[in-house]
Design a protein around this ligand. Structure first.
Ligand code: RFL
Ligand code: PHB
Length: 392
């Protein structure tokens, strides 16, 4: 088999890249380890930046999002000192779109399958070969048979645990990492959201987030220690803890119901640099992870893909490798900006094991500053809606 680009992973990065390459006439094959049901069922991010919305539009997969997505113009920061509304549209002229990653993935897979079968699910034992040469290849097992695809480039879109980053010699990469001493316990339920906007809540007992997927489906999170076990969290216990953290005003509007999904996600900041080696280019979670505070993970994946698609298309049209050679240098500044915002927002809103009374007062003082300062609110808003793709 032969193609121009082998894309490893059918998450949002790989699928969006494939759609942009398809439109530009670049050949590719996507190899995905999991089944279609598994990929489509994963509950993850929920907030799309304008840049991501524009990219889905450009990829021709925005119809359902336009119909069913919820444009949001602000969100709340809540603490024992009361709520602060960040009016993102007034402060930036932009908005974000609440539309689940699950839906984005389903729309992209549907578009991909409609145009023909370059997507292989349940591709086992994917291995990358000869990446430092001009003739790389990727091998995999499907239905008991090993296949090999020769290609010009490999796009590593296979997430944090994927094989792509691990195929780069450790000496060729630098990694930067912070592991947080807690996780988010998330619950999805078919109940109306407690508010029209998202509420990020800083509480003595830990962070909580009130989010949504639609007017009838809510997504809530509470911060929990990493030692916590999912089976110890009945739905009742979750709702009680959430209500306690959100406080009586918001809890009074909280509709509860049986969970459709419940899971614990650890929090991590991670960057690998450079994001390329030989003919392999990393995009999305394969190259970097952010803690979900601020909802940047999926959006960063989308901006990587925008840069990588441009570079691959440039090579395809003009035969020029310049944009590909510059991919990592172009993508990393935006990655670091989103890492900074996600780290800062996580530190502001969470209870750390070593948050003493002074540390808590500092968090409250910062929230107080944000409450009173338009400048501080504008800084948060411009990061929340997403920084520009190129900031020269
Ligand atoms: P993904 O979505 O992890 O997709 C990678 C795909 O690669 C496949 N794969 C392989 N395929 C072939 N061979 C192999 N050896 C492979 N190894 C892996 C996987 O099966 C998968 O289909 O990465 P991508 O496309 O870069 O997209 C990134 C986003 O998914 C991610 O940034 C966000 O979902 C992060 N994230 C969240 N972000 C937010 O903005 N808000 C959230 O609330 C939020 N919640 C989450 C999250 C990530 C989570 N993970 C990774 C565990 C909750 C969770 C649980
Ligand atoms: C979500 O709805 O899953 C969500 C929303 C905002 C975040 C993180 C997660 O910052």
């Amino acid at each position: 088999m032969k193609t121009q680009v082998v894309i490893i992973g059918a998450g949002p990065s790989g699928l969006l890249l494939s759609q942009l390459l398809y439109q530009a006439g670049v050949d590719f094959i996507i190899l995905e380890r999991q089944t279609r049901d598994h990929v489509e069922g994963r509950i993850r991010a929920g907030v799309l930046e304008q840049i991501t919305v524009d990219l889905l539009e450009r990829a021709g997969v925005a119809d359902r999002m336009r119909r069913e997505g919820l444009p949001h113009h602000g969100f709340q920061l809540l603490s024992e000192d009361g709520p602060v509304r960040i009016d993102v549209t007034k402060l930036t002229g932009k908005s974000v779109m609440v539309y689940g990653q699950t839906e984005v993935t389903q729309d992209l897979i549907a578009a991909c399958l409609k145009r023909g079968g370059e997507l292989v699910f349940e591709a086992g034992d994917v291995a990358l070969h000869d990446l430092e040469t001009e003739t790389p290849s990727v091998s995999f097992i499907k239905d008991g048979t090993r296949h090999q695809i020769h290609c010009d480039f490999v796009a590593g879109c296979d997430g944090y645990h994927g094989v792509s980053r691990k195929s780069i010699p450790a000496t060729a990469l630098q990694t930067f990492e912070r592991v947080y001493p807690f996780g988010w316990l998330g619950l999805l339920a078919d109940v109306p959201p407690c508010d029209e906007e998202l509420i990020y809540c800083s509480h003595e007992r830990g962070f909580a987030l009130a989010s949504m997927r639609s007017h009838t489906r809510s997504r809530y999170y509470v911060q929990v220690p990493l030692s916590e076990k999912l089976e110890d969290w009945s739905d009742d216990r979750f709702w009680q803890e959430l209500a306690r953290r959100l406080g009586p005003d918001v809890a009074g509007k909280l509709a509860v119901g049986p969970s459709l999904e419940k899971s614990i996600a650890p929090l991590r900041s991670f960057v690998t640099a450079p994001m390329q080696w030989g003919r392999l280019f990393l995009a999305g979670d394969a190259a970097h992870i952010v803690p979900p505070t601020g909802a940047k993970g999926l959006n960063l994946a989308a901006s990587d893909v925008a840069y990588l698609a441009d570079a691959l298309i440039d090579w395809h049209r003009r035969g020029s490798p310049d944009a590909l050679a510059a991919y990592s240098a172009r993508a990393l500044p935006r990655v670091w900006r989103a890492e900074r915002f996600s780290w800062w927002f996580t530190n502001l809103m969470h209870r750390f094991p070593d948050t003493d009374t002074f540390g808590r007062q500092m968090q409250r003082a910062e929230l107080d500053y944000i409450r009173h300062s338009d400048a501080a609110q504008k800084g948060i808003a411009e990061n929340y809606v997403g920084l520009p793709l190129d900031w020269s």
